[in-house]
Design a protein around this ligand. Structure first.
Ligand SMILES: [Zn+2]
Length: 219
């Protein structure tokens, strides 16, 4: 077991003997049960509050777009999980089996609901993102803004247009910063992830990785 082979379980007191039989461990400091072997996480699915377990790190993927407003090149970023570091709790597969993508990116606004706050705050400190009003969507959300003119680079533009750097038709290079999970593996809810597309899509082949100095410990 590595340091990160730790998955917190949600176990009602009346079910403690069931998880004990499956070799769950008791964390006396945090007063909760946890699983220690990723290979067997699926056995605990009744006590895992979500469908996708993210192991080791949460990524921040970065690409470049041309700002629609000022016409200059600006970096855009997005919280990301990959087929290299996810476990589908139903059958032990990865995010590729689940979504069709080997790299799956979330809008920052979605991340602010489903990912550790410490991670989102780190993103706000280090990336060109802000909570701004979107005329297209009619409400404010946390999104990418141009580094030069601060115009919102909208979510529709980044996630739904074929020429977005984060989608499969693009051929531009991408960088993923690996922000380490320092307090065990992390669970994401099913409904935050789109259902499978076909055929499976390869984005990892144009990704290079960099290690972050940041470690997320508060979640
Ligand atoms: Zn601009």
């Amino acid at each position: 077991m590595t340091n990160n082979d730790y998955l917190a379980l949600k176990v009602p007191f009346s079910e403690k003997d069931q998880v004990k039989k499956l070799f769950a461990h008791w964390d006396a400091g945090k007063k909760r049960w946890y699983a220690t072997n990723r290979k067997y996480y699926y056995k605990f699915r009744n006590w895992i509050p979500g469908e996708i377990v993210v192991t080791d790190f949460i990524g921040i993927i970065q690409g470049v777009v041309t700002c629609w407003k000022c016409g200059r090149q600006t970096h855009v970023s997005s919280p990301t999980i990959t087929a290299l570091n996810t476990i589908d709790i139903e059958d032990g597969g990865t995010i590729t089996d689940f979504s069709g993508f080997d790299v799956y990116s979330f809008p920052w606004e979605t991340a602010s609901v489903i990912m550790p706050q410490q991670f989102v705050e780190y993103g706000r400190r280090t990336r060109s993102i802000k909570r701004v009003f979107s005329k297209t969507e009619g409400h404010a959300y946390l999104g990418n803004v141009c580094e030069h003119c601060t115009s919102l680079q909208g979510n529709f533009f980044l996630y739904d247009e074929p020429d977005s750097p984060f989608l499969y038709e693009s051929t531009t290079p991408l960088v993923i910063e690996r922000v380490r999970l320092g307090n065990g593996d992390y669970v994401l809810p099913f409904n935050s992830i789109d259902s499978r597309i076909s055929p499976n899509t390869d984005i990892l082949s144009r990704v290079s990785f960099v290690e972050s100095n940041m470690v997320i410990a508060d979640y």
